[in-house]
Design a protein around this ligand. Structure first.
Ligand code: ADP
Ligand code: MG
Length: 718
């Protein structure tokens, strides 16, 4: 039976937190001392052999409780199920054998390293095995005992030898295992987990084995049996067991399918909750934008006509903002597809009705840029409405006038929005933190987000004023299925075409041997007055590390490669106004080359920049490369993107070649999604944008299923 409370918890659970309430069925009369029981919230130190130092190491993996450990899932499996005879292993060169240890000894190599040697035998023959620097092995590998060994053979040591194999002692012959005596590391599909210092997959497998008998008790399925049957899904305890102790590939597939369904169900329920909460509020009703004189005036003055997609998006927005319930809409459009002008036109409709629009950008640079584009477009149309840029130095004035306010989210969170705010436009919303995104949902007119937070209880948002219409814009090519699950099926507008006359960026993969030629070619173009971005490799580590790397590359380029050219440097450690100044100078052609970190501000618009070099391109996800490439090709000249790579990995080559021959962000995202998984494509894992590990975002049927299940759960509650 699904408990109402669980479903309720599920709906209210915070973004990013696992929603499924777990409960142990305690037998109250049971003494803890005689029978070990676990509750999901118990600290990991309650598990045998996990002391404070392991607990500390586990914290690095965000594992604090028994439940966390059970939800620490493997990301792949090693298959050592085929047991070879020693004779077969000799010919195969690698594999898994089962054998008896005939002898063990420790010696030292010439350079003083420990060398453990063992001789292993099965019915077909014998083979020596060696391990380095693990002297304790001579105690583990006892003579006469049966072990599984898995690894590769080598001949460097004279006779064919098993080099550094994995090993596991088994109590019984491989062919007579039952579930208790079965090995946990070898002779099977063995899970490989995200690891950290001091925590190996091998160690995790052993600790999880201790918990295995309790999984059914520890994990309560929130889906009723009827739903599981109808949807042909595995029950939750079985799915979690299967991921840690899979019987076969199919077991894993079914388990992943189940957990993937849960993820999508959670998204559905959260969206429903958000939409229902918003629907309880009022919004300012905007007069029919088709009648707006300001919009007409602006359209006439534009140096271009809107694309079909822009017009459609504007119509969809127009329909929403005329209603008395707050809009909640996503405008998803390729880099350069012209989202800004769409939002400006929506803002003008609001002004015509006497209301204010607030545009939020993730960074100061982007806020400045929006301010520039908006004021330029308005001036062209001879429209005199106030536009205020809210920066660290300025504060809002004349807030009773209908106007456009542009600022960063940071500032707008602490500033009370004018009472007459009818529309909030949020650019590149995925760059905002989880907490900020939650706050945004509740941003009411007349209050700052911070003041708002203290008055609104999270569980029962009490309508107590006006909620602005909400338009969020992103260039991240999120699949339509996912955006619809996040915003509701009728609330996604897509700009799926670029403005006419845009020339596609020519993209080339450049190997190390062609680097010089590429520099020469670029040098010539620079002479002609064009400009280039050079994006440094993505390096692991802090902003500081990244800044150091880019600074070194900058010095190298300046002295060795382009000594007669003017170069500027941009990285995340610089102050905001410093960055803004450099970008403005670059835009005004003070510099020919801008050397930047990969976090180069999304959305910057520099039409004269026609070339982009991306170093170590194979380290980037294609969606990221696409974002970067979108920085060039914004003017009327042919633009180029060079993907520098020294990788010979055929997979990496394939990916880059695919990217080079495809222009559409949705295409490249789809391709990457299939090959690398959603987490990598959207940077989801780092950003906490979505807690998705298993769901197949490219499968529309999975979304339909989630919707069915969510509806059933909802009906069960009401
Ligand atoms: P993004 O969708 O990436 O935010 P922008 O709004 O910055 O794109 O627009 C990119 C450029 O395209 C701007 O210079 C803008 O003026 C121009 N633009 C927008 N719409 C059109 C159009 N329909 N035809 C031609 N150029 C357009
Ligand atoms: Mg933009």
């Amino acid at each position: 039976m699904v408990s109402t409370k669980i479903v309720h918890n599920l709906q209210l659970s915070a973004l990013g937190d696992h929603p499924f309430s777990l409960r142990v069925q305690y037998n109250c009369s049971m003494q803890r001392k005689t029978v070990q029981t676990y509750s999901p919230a118990d600290p990991v130190t309650d598990i045998p052999l996990i002391g404070p130092s392991y607990a500390h190491a586990l914290e690095q993996l965000n594992i604090h409780t028994v439940k966390d450990l059970l939800y620490h899932f493997p990301f792949r499996y090693e298959d050592t199920r085929t047991i070879l005879s020693i004779e077969e292993l000799r010919t195969e060169g690698q594999g898994t054998i089962q054998g008896t240890v005939l002898s063990v000894s420790n010696t030292r190599t010439r350079n003083g390293r420990f060398l453990t040697k063992a001789l292993i035998e099965d019915g077909s023959g014998s083979i020596p095995a060696v391990w380095f620097s693990q002297p304790y092995l001579s105690k583990v590998l006892k003579r006469g005992e049966i072990f599984l060994f898995s690894g590769k053979t080598g001949e460097k040591w004279g006779p064919v030898t098993l080099m550094n194999p994995q090993y596991e002692r088994i109590s019984q012959d491989v062919f007579s295992w039952n579930s208790d005596s079965a090995p946990i590391h070898l002779g099977k599909l063995s899970p490989v987990y995200p690891e950290t210092r001091g925590i190996t997959s091998k160690w995790l497998r052993a600790r999880l084995k201790t918990l295995k008998p309790y999984i059914t008790e520890l994990i309560e399925d929130f889906l009723p049996v009827s739903v599981l049957e109808q949807e042909n899904l595995m029950d939750l305890p079985s799915a979690i067991t299967a991921l840690h102790f899979p019987k076969d590939e199919d077991d894993v597939r079914r388990a992943r399918e189940r957990l993937g369904a849960d993820e999508l169900v959670r998204i559905r329920l959260q969206t429903k909750e958000t939409l229902a909460a918003r629907a309880r509020w009022n919004a300012y009703e905007i007069k029919d934008p088709e009648q707006s004189t300001l919009i007409k005036q602006q359209l006439t003055a534009l140096p271009f006509s809107l694309t079909r997609a822009q017009t459609k998006a504007l119509e969809e927005i127009a329909e929403d903002i005329q209603k008395a319930t707050p809009m909640y809409r996503l405008l998803n459009g390729e880099v350069g597809s012209g989202k800004t002008v769409v939002s400006l036109l929506a803002a003008l409709a609001c002004i015509d009705s006497g209301y204010t629009t607030v545009i939020m950008a993730p960074t100061t640079i982007l806020a400045h840029q929006h301010y520039e584009s908006v004021t330029t477009l308005l001036k062209r149309a001879d429209i005199h409405v106030p536009v205020q840029l809210l920066t660290g130095e300025t504060s809002l004035s004349n807030i009773t006038l209908p106007q456009i306010i542009i600022g960063t989210h940071a500032l707008l969170f602490t500033t009370a929005l004018p009472n007459n705010t009818a529309l909030i436009v949020i650019d590149e919303q995925h760059r905002f933190g989880v907490v900020q995104r939650k706050k945004l949902m509740q941003l009411t007119a007349g209050k700052s987000a911070e003041a708002q937070e203290s008055t609104v209880s999270e569980e029962e948002p009490q309508p107590q004023g006006i909620l602005p219409h909400y338009l969020t814009m992103t260039a991240t090519p999120i699949p339509r299925t996912l955006t619809m699950a996040l915003y509701g099926s009728t609330s996604v507008s897509v700009l799926d075409e670029l403005p006419h006359g845009r020339i596609p960026v020519k993209t080339h993969v450049v190997s190390e041997s062609k680097r010089r030629d590429a520099y020469t070619w670029i040098g010539d173009k620079l002479e002609e007055g064009q400009q280039a971005f050079i994006i440094c490799p993505l390096v692991e580590g802090s902003d500081k590390v990244q800044a150091k790397a880019v600074t070194e590359e900058f010095e190298h380029l300046k002295t060795d490669i382009f000594p007669t050219t003017s170069l500027a440097l941009l990285h995340g450690q610089m102050k905001e106004d410093e960055k803004t100044a450099i970008l403005n100078d670059f835009k005004n052609c003070t510099y020919d080359i801008l050397v930047a970190t990969p976090v180069i501000e999304v959305g910057i618009d520099i039409p004269n920049a026609t070339m982009m070099i991306i170093e170590d391109a194979e380290r980037f996800g294609l969606a990221q490369l696409h974002q970067l490439r979108g920085r060039v090709g914004r003017g009327d000249q042919q633009a180029y993107c060079f993907l520098f790579t020294s990788s010979r990995n055929p997979d990496a080559q394939d990916r880059l070649q695919y990217f080079a021959s495809h222009q559409s962000g949705f295409d490249v995202a789809e391709y990457d999604l299939k090959r690398r998984g959603p987490g990598e494509v959207y940077g989801i894992r780092q950003s906490g944008l979505l807690d998705i590990q298993f769901a197949d975002l490219s499968d529309p049927d999975a979304f339909k299923q989630a919707q069915r299940i969510a509806d059933m759960l909802d009906n069960a509650v009401s």
